[in-house]
Design a protein around this ligand. Structure first.
Ligand code: MN
Length: 253
C-alpha cells in the first residue's frame, strides 16, 4: 500500500453516496481522510464560516463531519486535522449533479478543490450527471484511470481539474479534455404568490440554455464523454489591463 494521503470532501453531506463512491476508488491509491459537511451545502460556492464556531466530529475512522461548508472542511483538515502533513491530493466529489461551464462559480464541489489548490495541493473536483453512474463499473474504472494518470502527471501550481461524468442516459464513450461552456440564466427565476398574497421568487427554472466552443464541457458530457477541464485560480483578464489603462491615475508616486 502506498503511503499517499488524500483529503476527500464535497458539499452533499458526509454520508453522500457520491463521496463513498470516490472514496472507494481512492483507497486503491492511498489512505483517504474524509472531511465533509454534516449536511448538504450545495451551491455554497467558496463560502467560509466566520461568524460562529465550527465543530468537527469523527463519525468513523478517517471520516469527519463539520457543521460548515466544503471550504471550511478543507481549511480545518489542512490546518488542524492532518497534523501539518500536506495531503498528496485534495478531491471533492463525486457531486450529485453536474458542475459545468459558468456553473462552476456557484459550485461548492469545485470550491473544495479550489481551497485545496490555495493550500498548494493538487486538487480535483468530480461531479456526475446522475447518481446511477456511481453503480456503473465501466465509468468508475474510467474515472479511476483518470485519477491514476493525474497522480503521475506534473501539474502547474495554479491548476486544478474539474471532472464531469456524463448522465447515464447516454452511452459512455471515453474521456475528453474540454473548456468551460457558457450558460444563459434569463428564464431561471420563477415568480409566484404565497398564501398571504406576497410575491416570492424561486431560482432554478429549467430553461437555461448552453452555448460555447466546440470542445466545451457540456457538449462532451452530452455525447457521453467524461469531461476533464483544467481550471486556474488567477481570474485576471490580462488583455483588459491595457484596455482600461485610462482608468489609472497616479496622484503621488
Ligand atoms: Mn452538491
Amino acid at each position: 500500500m502506498s503511503d499517499r494521503l488524500f483529503l476527500l470532501t464535497n458539499d452533499d453531506g458526509h454520508r453522500a453516496a457520491g463521496l463513498r463512491a470516490l472514496a472507494d476508488i481512492l483507497k486503491q491509491f492511498g489512505r483517504v481522510v474524509i472531511v465533509a459537511p454534516q449536511t448538504e451545502q450545495s451551491a455554497c460556492s467558496h463560502a467560509i464560516t466566520l461568524h460562529r464556531p465550527l465543530r468537527m466530529k469523527e463519525s468513523a475512522p478517517d471520516c469527519y463531519a463539520v457543521d460548515g461548508t466544503t471550504s471550511d472542511c478543507v481549511l480545518l483538515a489542512s490546518q488542524r486535522l492532518l497534523g501539518g502533513r500536506k495531503p498528496d491530493m485534495v478531491f471533492s466529489g463525486i457531486n450529485h449533479g453536474p458542475n459545468l461551464g459558468d456553473d462552476v462559480t456557484y459550485s461548492g464541489t469545485v470550491a473544495g478543490a479550489f481551497e485545496g489548490r490555495l493550500f498548494g495541493v493538487r486538487s480535483m473536483a468530480v461531479s456526475s450527471g446522475d447518481m446511477a453512474r456511481f453503480e456503473d463499473g465501466n465509468c468508475m474504472e474510467m474515472l479511476s484511470g483518470i485519477i491514476e494518470r493525474a497522480l503521475s502527471e506534473d501539474w502547474e501550481d495554479d491548476v486544478l481539474l474539474n471532472v464531469n461524468l456524463p448522465p447515464s442516459s447516454v452511452e459512455l464513450k471515453g474521456v475528453k479534455l474540454t473548456c468551460l461552456g457558457r450558460r444563459h440564466y434569463a428564464e431561471s427565476v420563477i415568480e409566484k404568490t404565497d398564501p398571504r398574497g406576497e410575491t416570492y421568487y424561486w431560482i432554478g427554472g429549467v430553461n437555461a440554455e448552453w452555448f460555447g466552443e466546440q470542445n466545451s464541457d457540456f457538449r462532451a458530457v452530452e455525447k457521453g464523454y467524461i469531461s476533464v477541464t483544467p481550471l486556474h485560480l488567477d481570474l485576471t483578464h490580462y488583455p483588459s489591463l491595457g484596455k482600461f489603462s485610462s482608468l489609472e491615475t497616479v496622484v503621488k508616486d
